[in-house]
Design a protein around this ligand. Structure first.
Ligand SMILES: [Zn+2]
Length: 333
């Protein structure tokens, strides 16, 4: 009788030990192996940075609003203690117009050799060619352009006010991403030597002429259209082709943080965006976090239309993306 009781008790202990071990194991799988204090991302501040850009007016190359916004980024990033490199260049567009363009690079922890590159484009497309009523008019570009830059300005503000991550961080605002041919337009003007697309002029220029000779980064993350209400981000095709482990890393962090509704583990086709030229010309593996809407496709129905204004911007989405990016860079050893 006694012996039997002892056996049952020890069995119970074994069972409870086992389930305890399983629980700990499950917790370990959810959490990365190291425990890191990640400073908070302020979504309201990111929203403010988006609105501020829209207030300048569409940031169309060769306009006053473009000039003013560019100056504002440089001043703000300098104030946040970043080392700034400005890359000015001219590029003819598909209409033969010479665009005065400016890539802005802000480096934190400039002496660290292991670096993470974060990027967004800061220019606005000069016409809303998907808009049925006003296809020739400019549009605010709240999501297309300003949202990615807004998130990265807030990342810069967080870096300025907290202990820096263990890796170096370079933030690049690419110019001239969005002056590609009009919707449905045939390519009339042949591409000049060295240019692969009329889109992504800033990243193509940077990919061939990096701001520092021999510059490289461990990997890069591009943000494009990361501010819409209830936005979803699917695994973009070129990101999966060139940097699948970085996609996994970023999506894993997002899921651990509770953002599985936004970072969906489904793979879609590739999109021509700045990350493509960072991958192919600069040879730095870079992923793209870019709006994808089930039933509509990439970018959503407000894309390149008058509807791309502050009404569609959500601080919650900006917070989801910004918090994920901050976790990725602070967990990096
Ligand atoms: Zn665009």
């Amino acid at each position: 009788m006694k012996t039997r009781q002892i056996i049952i008790v020890s069995l119970l202990i074994m069972v409870s030990c086992n389930s305890d071990r399983e629980r700990k194991q499950a917790a370990r799988e959810k959490e990365p192996a190291i425990n890191v204090e990640v400073p908070p991302f302020n979504a309201d501040s990111a929203y403010h940075f988006v609105r501020q850009q829209v207030t300048f007016g569409p940031r169309i190359p060769n306009t006053k609003a473009h000039q003013e916004a560019g100056n504002f980024f440089v001043e703000t990033l300098k104030r946040y203690g970043a080392q700034i490199t400005i890359q000015e260049f001219q590029q003819e567009n598909f209409d033969g117009l010479v665009l005065n363009l400016k890539n802005i690079v802000a480096s934190f922890n400039p002496d660290k050799t292991k670096r993470i590159l974060l990027a967004a484009h800061w220019d606005t497309r000069p016409f809303s060619d998907k808009d049925k009523q006003k296809p020739s008019e400019p549009f605010p570009g709240a999501n297309d352009g300003a949202s990615g830059v807004g998130v990265l300005l807030e990342v810069a503000r967080v870096l300025a006010n907290n202990k820096l991550p263990e890796v170096g961080v370079d933030i690049i605002f690419f110019d001239g991403e969005d002056w590609g041919e009009r919707e449905g337009q045939q390519r009339s003007h042949p591409l000049p030597d060295g240019l692969q697309e009329w889109w992504c002029l800033g990243s193509q220029h940077w990919g061939r002429n990096k701001h520092k000779p021999n510059y490289s980064a461990f990997y890069g993350i591009l943000l494009d259209m990361v501010g819409a209400k209830n936005a979803q981000f699917h695994r973009e095709g070129y990101s999966m082709q060139f940097a699948p482990s970085i996609v996994k890393k970023v999506w894993d962090h997002a899921h651990r943080l509770g953002y599985s509704h936004a970072f969906v583990r489904q793979t879609q086709t590739g999109v021509t965006d700045d990350h493509l030229f960072v991958n192919t010309l600069a040879r730095i593996p870079m992923i793209n976090i870019v709006h994808f809407e089930p039933g509509i496709g990439y970018f959503g129905d407000f894309h390149h239309s008058q509807r791309d204004n502050m009404d569609i911007i959500s601080s919650e989405t900006l917070g989801i993306v910004g918090t994920t990016v901050l976790n990725v860079i602070y967990y990096e050893r």
